[in-house]
Write a protein that binds this ligand. Structure first.
Ligand code: SAH
Length: 354
């Protein structure tokens, strides 16, 4: 047994089976044994890759969209330029390079990164050395100021709970121990007032997921944006209202058993954008757009052509492959979605107009 399996088994022996959320939180964020606490998981040698790691175009276009939203709202100064879960800092570095010539944008920006992992904070410090970022651990520490924010593949890392419908009640899916190994089980059925709306669109045996931390983060962003102005762009995989089991583990770019080696695989779940939009209700939200459409509206074809002019041979091939990967429906183009938050009565951020 690895350290984290032992730790979880001992905890379960003392206090009983844990929720999927408790399991996910321990696996990802345990201060010494957790997945994000112990490694940089991104890139070809890591466990998974993300849009900004695939191509510089992603961060550039997101940056120009946020800068345009800032201009549309009258160039508030100072403002907070923030990212949730910045990974290696690649998106933010591309965003800042692309917005260098937007008059006043950099001078007015205070760069704040919300990051739990010390390993990734160090990577971000390297990538963003020139821009003096500040780090905070949770969105509660975001300054009371206009907020222009991006979050790519952040919400999918937040701990979810799972509930299986049983009549008018719900059985929670849990992690327990059987014969010395971690296993899934179900609690007894109980009524769940917070799932009342899911009695309408589910049948016996259906599984639904909730993510209280995601709702709490969205509520904070919605309140900041409604109170001070700003915009948030959230990109992740998921859909408008989730149904079914989306809890998954990825290791070395392959799906694996989420209970097999806790702390050694990335654990994620699809994002329920309806729940985010509901929780951020102080602010207005845009429609949900597939990533491919969002990037096309932001001009990815022009940017791809411009970059292609300076490339040839294998570099050109890999640039073309990256463009396809980000935009094509059978790649990331439709599984990933984008949503924007903005103050009521203001224009939606570019790329997410109705
Ligand atoms: N946005 C980056 C990285 C995505 S990986 C990219 O697109 O490449 C998820 C990121 O969220 C990592 O930086 C991880 O350390 C961070 N993260 C995960 N859970 C977190 C939490 N609860 N609080 C703060 N950061 C978290």
């Amino acid at each position: 047994m690895t350290g984290l399996t032992q730790h979880l088994a001992a905890r379960i022996a003392t206090t009983g089976p844990v929720s999927i959320a408790e399991y996910m939180a321990e696996c990802l964020l345990h201060p010494t044994l957790g997945y994000y606490a112990t490694r940089d998981p991104l890139g070809a040698e890591g466990d998974f890759t993300t849009a900004p790691e695939i191509s510089q175009m992603f961060g550039e276009l997101v940056g120009l969209a946020l800068a345009q939203a800032w201009i549309d709202q009258g160039r508030p100064a100072p403002f907070t330029l923030a990212e949730l879960g910045p990974g290696r800092g690649t998106l933010m570095a591309d965003l800042l390079r692309a917005t260098r010539r937007v008059p006043g944008f950099h001078d007015a920006a205070r760069l704040v990164l919300v990051e739990a992992s010390p390993v990734l904070r160090a990577r971000q410090a390297q990538a963003l050395e020139a821009y003096a970022p500040e780090w905070i651990g949770t969105v509660d520490g975001l300054p009371d100021a206009p907020l222009f924010l991006v979050a790519n593949e952040f919400f999918d890392a937040l701990p979810i709970r799972q509930f299986v419908r049983d009549g008018a009640g719900w059985r929670e899916r849990q992690v327990g121990v059987r014969d010395g190994a971690l296993c899934f089980g179900l609690s007894a059925a109980t009524p769940r007032p917070e799932l009342a709306h899911r009695l309408e669109d589910t049948r016996d045996g259906d599984l639904v997921e909730t993510c209280a931390p995601a709702a709490a983060v969205a509520a904070t962003l919605g309140a900041r944006i409604a109170g001070h102005g700003g915009a948030a762009l959230v990109v992740d995989y998921g859909d408008w209202r989730s149904l079914g089991d989306t809890f998954q583990a990825v290791r070395g770019h392959e799906k694996t058993d989420p209970l097999a080696d806790p702390g050694a695989a990335d654990l994620t779940a699809h994002v329920d954008f309806e729940a985010l939009a509901g929780a951020a209700g102080d602010a207005a939200h845009t429609r949900l757009a597939p990533q491919g459409l969002f990037l096309e509206r932001l001009g990815i074809e022009h940017r791809a052509e411009a970059l292609a002019k300076g490339l040839s041979g294998p570099a050109l091939d890999s640039h073309a492959a990256a463009f396809r990967r980000l935009t094509l429906p059978e790649e990331m183009g439709s599984l990933f979605k984008a949503i924007g938050f903005h103050p009521r009565g203001t224009a939606p951020p570019p790329g997410l107009e109705a």
